[in-house]
Design a protein around this ligand. Structure first.
Ligand SMILES: C[S@@+](CC[C@H](N)C(=O)[O-])C[C@H]1O[C@@H](n2cnc3c(N)ncnc32)[C@H](O)[C@@H]1O
Length: 256
């Protein structure tokens, strides 16, 4: 079974928009992310859109000097190429782990695309990314939040008990089964084969510590990037009214 850590998963995806929860699905939800990215984009900026997928970010980068749209999935790059007619974009099929861009970039963006299979893999992916950045260049990443996932689980548990009036033991059983499927271990890194694309969910302090330990980035900021529930759970809007909504971690840092 392919997982998001290997390109077979992305190459075998039929309909990206239906199968993948992307922040770009809802323009309103993506706006603060785009604004954050565009703060670092001017007419002289060289950008890497790392894990560009079907190319949803590319139109917003039309005023950059140059954009390297990188993805290791040929299928995803073909989708992006089909919709992107921008002269400033060059597509590159490669993994971050062994990337060699034609030039170093001023801004590296990785939206939901750093999907490590292990701790070592995370270090390798990050080293590959950092090596393509000029000194002082900016990194912007969007990563899944562990805290948000727990928050969601507990809200859902309460809803099963109070909304659906399930026995608490039955509600616990359902949530535990959901955890077994979505978060198969506390560490979050995928271990062996699974029938579900588990991904690494980050505790904010853990992420901060890990980025610090790379000794390659400074001025790290980790902000909550709130997403409307509907962006995650399109069929469940009827039960989710909770505030705050779920969130991801929006990381910005400088290459030192
Ligand atoms: C969830 S999609 C996100 C796509 C896009 N950034 C978006 O937000 O719509 C993840 C993308 O990252 C790519 N990807 C994952 N790991 C990668 C790696 N190590 N090197 C290059 N691309 C990678 C996948 O092929 C996929 O297209």
């Amino acid at each position: 079974m392919a997982t998001p850590h290997d390109e077979h998963f992305w190459n075998s995806l039929g309909n990206y928009d239906e199968e993948i929860i992307s922040i770009f699905k809802e323009a309103e939800a993506a706006r603060p992310l785009i604004e954050r990215i565009l703060r670092h984009v001017g007419p002289d900026t060289v950008v890497a859109d790392l894990g560009c997928g079907p190319g949803k970010l590319l139109p917003y980068l039309k005023d950059a000097k140059k954009v390297y749209a990188v993805d290791k999935s040929a299928n995803m790059l073909a989708k992006a190429r089909n919709v992107c007619g921008q002269a400033n974009v060059e597509f590159i099929e490669a993994s971050f782990a062994d990337l060699a861009l034609p030039e170093l970039v001023d801004l590296a963006v990785a939206v939901s695309s750093v999907l490590p299979a292990s701790l070592t893999d995370f270090n390798r992916l990050m080293a590959g990314i950092v090596a393509q950045m000029k000194l002082g260049a900016t990194l912007v990443m969007l990563l899944p939040s562990f805290e948000s996932q727990l928050y969601y689980s507990n809200l859902r548990l309460a809803w099963l008990i109070e909304g659906e009036r399930k026995e608490e033991s039955e509600a616990y059983r359902q949530i535990t089964a959901m955890h077994a499927k979505y978060m198969n271990n506390l560490f979050g890194y995928i271990q062996g084969k699974t029938d579900f694309p588990i991904q690494k969910f980050w505790i904010a302090d853990e992420l901060s510590e890990r980025i610090g330990s790379l000794n390659a980035l400074s001025d790290t900021r980790i902000d909550r990037f709130e997403k409307p529930w509907s962006a995650f759970f399109p069929n469940e809007q009827k039960w989710i009214r909770a505030k705050p909504p779920c969130w991801m971690w929006l990381v910005t840092a400088k290459r030192q």
